[in-house]
Design a protein around this ligand. Structure first.
Ligand SMILES: NC(=O)c1ccc[n+]([C@@H]2O[C@H](COP(=O)([O-])OP(=O)(O)OC[C@H]3O[C@@H](n4cnc5c(N)ncnc54)[C@H](OP(=O)(O)O)[C@@H]3O)[C@@H](O)[C@H]2O)c1
Length: 343
């Protein structure tokens, strides 16, 4: 079997890390790279991702010529967070009959926030025999797929509570920016309100995915206001310095309410200087489940792994828009990528 042919669509921080991970893997080869950033178009991919060598792949902003010539099996799509922005990009990939693994957070479970676009994308993907998946570490695993797996041994479930606490100092700069690290509290509130910063995107999608897996019909998904976490003392990461009294990051809670009761509670905290980092899942049920990952899974490293590890599962899957709940149990691809492809 030939090597899996991968295209990168978006060569920012995550796309570059995915590229490096794919270059280290057996059984997969990068065949093209797409990005719109002026400083990247026309340059060699090796230079863009910070290697000391050329890869012979020029970053291009025109997908049709690239994909017709290089015929990828899969595109790793890493540009932005909301489906209304990424829909045209993903549609342009799917029209070439190419499968997609995307880090677009809303795509991880788009049926409640963008039902029409989700349906259109599903129809388009089926028409062109392509499979589309939105994934990553969160949404995509820690606060949804993993939670769903942990409910498997339960006979009854009353309530699910999931908490993720991370020290944002070790995360990539775009992430530190979107959680408002370093802003004054006033700036933080203004920027969140005007959507200049998004905070973490994906909690609504994770709540909806968990509820769907359990066939729970929620009355509503309650999105609580995003709160800044205020630095008690000055703290810093490589790129951002947070003065005492300013926002070091944020805390967000989203809840699934059913028959007037909060049945799913997701609590996300990311700030520079968090001392204890962990991921916990508590299922109040029969039997009760209490799981803690300590320290928490590193978001960027975990996202790269999720994206790469889902490639064979997406290639093996039937066409259409799928979510992590629809695919076989996720697992690592530590061997040659071709060993995981069903021929
Ligand atoms: N699900 C998860 O767990 C997870 C985890 C990590 C990241 N993410 C998400 O993944 C996305 C990428 O993250 P990142 O940190 O790599 O962001 P980034 O550094 O800003 O990279 C995005 C790249 O895509 C390019 N781009 C934007 N629009 C494009 C278009 N229409 N066509 C082609 N290229 C385009 C950008 O160019 P410009 O700079 O010119 O805009 C940039 O080079 C973000 O939305 C992030 O929130 C999700």
């Amino acid at each position: 079997m030939e090597k899996v042919r991968a295209a990168l669509y978006g060569v920012g921080v995550i796309g570059s890390m995915v590229a490096k991970s794919l270059l280290e893997k057996e059984g997969v080869t990068i065949v093209s790279a797409i990005d719109i950033a002026k400083e990247k178009v026309g340059k060699d991919l090796g230079d863009i991702i910070g290697l000391q060598k050329k890869l012979g792949i020029k970053v291009s902003n025109t997908i049709d010529e690239q994909f017709s010539r290089t015929k990828p099996d899969i595109a790793i799509h890493t540009t932005s967070s909301f489906l209304k922005d990424t829909y045209p990009q993903i549609a342009s990939i799917v029209k070439h009959g190419v499968n997609v693994v995307s880090t677009c957070e809303e795509l991880s479970y788009p049926y409640t926030t963008e039902p029409k676009l989700a349906e259109e994308l599903d129809t388009l993907a089926k028409k062109h025999d392509a499979t589309v998946l939105g994934t990553g570490i969160n949404p995509g695993f820690l606060m949804d797929a993993l939670v769903i797996i942990l409910t498997a041994p339960c006979q009854k479930i009353e309530k699910i509570e999931v908490t993720r606490v991370m020290n944002a100092a070790t995360r990539r700069l775009p992430f530190q920016r979107k959680i408002g690290a370093g802003l004054t509290v006033g700036e933080f509130k203004r920027k969140i309100e005007s959507k200049q910063i998004t905070g973490h995107v994906g909690l609504e999608q994770s709540v909806a995915m968990i509820a769907d897996a359990l066939a729970w019909k929620l009355d509503r998904i309650k999105v609580e206001p995003v709160e800044p976490v205020i630095a008690k003392n000055a703290v810093e990461s490589e790129a951002i310095r947070v003065k005492a009294g300013n926002a070091a990051g944020l805390r967000q809670k989203v809840k699934g309410v059913m028959r007037g009761r909060e049945v799913v509670i997701l609590d996300f905290q990311a700030y520079i200087g968090a001392e204890e980092e962990y991921d916990t899942v508590t299922v109040k049920g029969v039997p009760p489940i209490n799981q803690k990952i300590s320290p928490c899974v590193h978001g960027d490293v975990g996202t790269i792994a999720m994206v790469v590890n889902m490639i064979p599962k997406v290639i093996n899957a039937p066409p259409g828009l799928l979510t992590m709940k629809d695919l076989p149990i996720p697992s690592a691809t530590v061997e040659d990528m071709r060993k995981y492809i069903i021929t």
